[in-house]
Design a protein around this ligand. Structure first.
Ligand code: CA
Length: 229
């Protein structure tokens, strides 16, 4: 499975609702992982590091509000956008939902189209290349929609792995990625690949980016991994 697809964690206890959402999320091109209750959700957030969490408010066991509070209070997960889904339309609940750090809030029944639009809005902020936004870093431009890359206006031809590597780097310039994190992001979470493979593909990416001259924009961080800029 391509790691370019954002992973959505869907936390919903009603089977029918869960199926409808899963179907629609997959049709939109997302990978979906599901939890039926709060305890499972908390484990999956840590294990899978989803790109977005769709969170039902009323769950058996740990409530949606509590899950959201935990996600947002942990440094490792606070950046993950959370969209709360609730049957409660009370304005107070809406305020409470947003106060716990939820990034957005939708009241049931909602239109699936509306939900998909809200998801795209969140991902545009956190995973821009995956929703077709163009990314820029210095003289490098990456178009998530056409998969074209250029440097200083000259087209750069990249293999699919190098393209995903570059888009990962360009989504967060300056961020230092470990080889394991790059494997998860670029190769996918269920794939076993040796970490040295990362070095090979970073080497190819560097070569491609410098084919018309220019400085190497990828920085090796000793003992850790790689960063752009
Ligand atoms: Ca529920």
């Amino acid at each position: 499975m391509s790691a370019e697809r954002p992973l959505v964690l869907l936390v919903e206890d009603e089977p029918a609702q869960r199926e409808i959402l899963r179907y629609n999320l997959r049709s939109e091109g997302y990978d979906v992982s599901m939890a039926e209750n709060g305890d499972d959700a908390i484990v999956l957030v840590d294990e899978m590091g989803p790109d977005l969490i769709l969170l039902d408010w009323m769950l058996p066991g740990v409530s949606g509000i509590e899950i959201c509070r935990r996600v947002k209070s942990k440094r490792a997960t606070a950046h993950i956008p959370v969209i709360m889904l609730s049957a409660r339309s009370d304005e107070m609940d809406r305020v409470r939902g947003l106060e716990t750090g939820a990034d957005d809030y939708l009241t049931k029944p909602f239109s699936v189209q509306e939900l998909m639009a809200r998801i795209r809005t969140q991902l545009r902020r956190t995973r821009p290349a995956t929703v077709g936004q163009a990314l820029e870093f210095d003289d490098i431009v990456l178009d998530g929609e056409t998969h074209r890359v250029s440097r200083g206006g000259a087209p750069i031809k990249l293999g699919p792995t190098e393209f995903r590597l570059l888009s990962t780097f360009m989504e967060k310039p300056g961020r230092v990625w470990s080889r394991e994190q790059l494997l998860d992001r670029v190769w996918g979470r269920d794939v076993y690949v040796d970490t040295r493979t990362v070095d090979v593909h970073v080497g190819r990416l560097r070569k491609a980016l410098c084919q018309h001259g220019g400085a190497d924009p990828v920085r090796t961080v000793r003992g850790t991994g790689y960063a752009l800029g």
